[in-house]
Ligand binder design. Sequence first.
Ligand code: NOJ
Length: 521
Amino acid sequence: MRSSSRVALVGTVLASVLCLVHGNTLGGSEDGVKYDFPNDFMFGVSTAAFQIEGGWNADGKGESMWDTYLHEHPEYTPDHANGDVAADSYHKYKEDIEMIKELNVKYYRFSLSWPRILPYGTDNYINKPGATYYRKLIEELRMANITPVVTLFHWDLPTPLMDLGGWSNRKMVDYFVDYARVAFDLYGDVVKIWTTINEPHQHCYNGYGSDYFVPAIVSNGVGEYLCAHYILLAHAEAYRLYEREYKPHQHGRVGITLDAFWGEPRNSSNANDIEAAERYNQFHLGLYAHPIYSKKGDYPDIVRMRIDSISAYQNFTRSRLPSFTEDEIHKLKGSSDFFGLNHYTTFLMSSSLMEDAWRVPSMDHDTGVKLEQNSYWPKPGAEWFTVYPPGFRKLFNWIKNEYGNDIPIIVTENGMCDFGGRKDYDRVQYYNQYLHQMWLAINKDKCNIEGYFAWTLMDDFEWKDGYTVKFGLYEVDFDSPERTRRKKLSAINYSNIAKTKQIDFNFIKPHLLKYNMNAIF
Ligand code: NOJ
């Protein structure tokens, strides 16, 4: 994942004093407050099919575009990785469930591999063993008293559909709805929480606007908006299908998972930077959230206006951002029973007309915002990732201010990457700090947050970074054929939190922590 290929590193002093964390930030509850969550708060853990399952051609599974691309382009990741075996969850799902039980969480979010169920992408042929795999997984989860939360599409599009242009082809809306129907038919009796599509922004921006993610279609400024547009329509149609034909008897909920970095003004007293940060938030999150969650519907005005006028200036006959019909606006509005939110990191934002690495046309150029990292913020793993817990709270508040507080937010992913090791003090601290910010958002700001899913259960295939960075609560030994799993310190901490519904800042002693957050904020 990345925000922009032009992330510059700055050591701005200004940024180090950007924001103070309320309450206790490091450890020890010196302030005497109990940081606890309601008894029915959903604590869970998330994974995605391509990142953990392996079994890439097992039992009649078709190829996903990630299989195909990685086989043809081993140089895509630094470690020449692919998802052929990954963490081998296709064979080891029972062990996974033991780990989930150990974590004391009551919810498990995983995704279905579309080509495992429909090898050709289309619903004319269902691969029985593939369908049975998820049935068994779900049954085992239920026996363990763990509620499945199922994502329909976490980026592994069947290759035959990619060959037709993937999400740049409007026909994908029909194919997605057909697939959703198959999934609702197969599992809707026992799956009551669905998310349609995972992180459309990352998928479209990085996969259709550049070659950072597969399918690596470098159609900057055009493809990324086609992808966004058709994904939104596909989501709405799948939601309406469920609402019409399944909800009356299956009684489940359907939502979408959107991702958002927090856009922090580079200088919080500079009006241009404040405006740039807002613009970024609208392009990155609002483009997807506004059509679904706002009262008005459709794309945010600022996004519509900028892309329309820049397209005209660039001599395009029509805007590069497609338009919705009235009927489509209506279908999209309110098409989600919850706000699935993935959040990891924050960037500093300032206004810019052009940066060296921007292509023209492109979403970067349309947005006109330069992203930088604050070099004072810890950077424990991947290039794009710095730790700034207050961004989480600010993001919740931004969502509440934009779309109101009626629709509950479920944090479908949040977690930290590093380069490995089971004594992962930094990850313990990351979870404590980010959960603390979420606690503040719930208790001080009255944000409507219903659940939290840690990313991720175990080390896995991390897209562009292959297996070189780690997000897991459990370590996976990718050199052993058994893909041996071992618990990390952060798993014990998270398991205590899920059990007690309370953050324990004393879980590790402050002197063991590498980053002193109090000094940083
Ligand atoms: C969000 C994506 O949904 C997930 O697949 C990815 O591994 C994490 N971000 C971390 O980059």
